[in-house]
Design a protein around this ligand. Sequence first.
Ligand SMILES: CCCCCCCCCCCCCCCC(=O)SCCNC(=O)CCNC(=O)[C@H](O)C(C)(C)COP(=O)(O)OP(=O)(O)OC[C@H]1O[C@@H](n2cnc3c(N)ncnc32)[C@H](O)[C@@H]1OP(=O)(O)O
Length: 229
Amino acid sequence: MLRRALPRALGAVPCPRRRCHRPCPPRDLAVPNAAWSDRMRRHYGHLLSTATREGWTRLPSFRRAREHRHQVPWLAGDSDSDGAGDTRLFPRAIEGDGDGFEFAMFLNVPKGRLRCLCQPGPFLEGHPGLAHGGAIATLVDTSLGTLALAVAGRVVTANLSIDYLAPVPLRSVLLLEASLQRRQGRKLFLGCDLRDPDGDTLHARATGEGHGDRGTLGTRGHAAHQGHR
Ligand SMILES: CCCCCCCCCCCCCCCC(=O)SCCNC(=O)CCNC(=O)[C@H](O)C(C)(C)COP(=O)(O)OP(=O)(O)OC[C@H]1O[C@@H](n2cnc3c(N)ncnc32)[C@H](O)[C@@H]1OP(=O)(O)O
């Protein structure tokens, strides 16, 4: 009891591994690890090296929503108040490096665009050797959701539509390119393509609609997006 309470009282983040309550800093999971393929590393290196010059920001990615509180204060939530306190962001719930969703996002708020480089791992299988459609939907929803959140504050997904155009092999490398298409009151309309970054295979095309809290959109949106209304 005390082992759990003390680190929290001191403001440290408990280790996400169950049964370990030593404080440790949140680990940024959107950086290369041993499970990233050479292709994944090459594309990541390219996106990173051109990011600043072209106005993109690499987004760190943590296991838990509240570990993003320095970027988005309300993501801290009140998950501690449920007594368990051991919540995870869904795409980061699989712990082994490379087993689940490996991804890194790059954001360009003024242009209303987000890029997500991803490598789906073996625990995301649907048909043998292929990524599950729900796993692809998770990558799409997380990317569109993050873009909506970055440009407009507190937004939930109201609608998501995905055309699955070509199967995605496990451990392949994909580049998701998302954009904000328009805004209408509290509604954001977004779209994305999911491609093989080295070839011309278009694996999926999706559209999504995000709705802001009443009173959120229009007041918290990024100034550069007034033109999307
Ligand atoms: C800075 C960077 C930081 C990065 C840091 C990253 C940290 C990590 C990020 C994690 C990113 C996670 C991203 C996950 C995103 C989720 O998964 S969200 C979870 C799934 N979504 C939900 O749970 C939403 C549940 N639904 C709702 O809450 C409500 O139904 C809604 C969608 C807000 C709508 O409620 P409402 O506004 O009360 O609805 P209502 O008044 O009936 O209708 C209003 C309007 O919306 C329309 N509408 C209602 N429902 C719908 C619908 N389903 N579809 C289309 N239109 C609809 C109505 O027709 C109406 O239209 P108009 O007549 O005004 O034209």
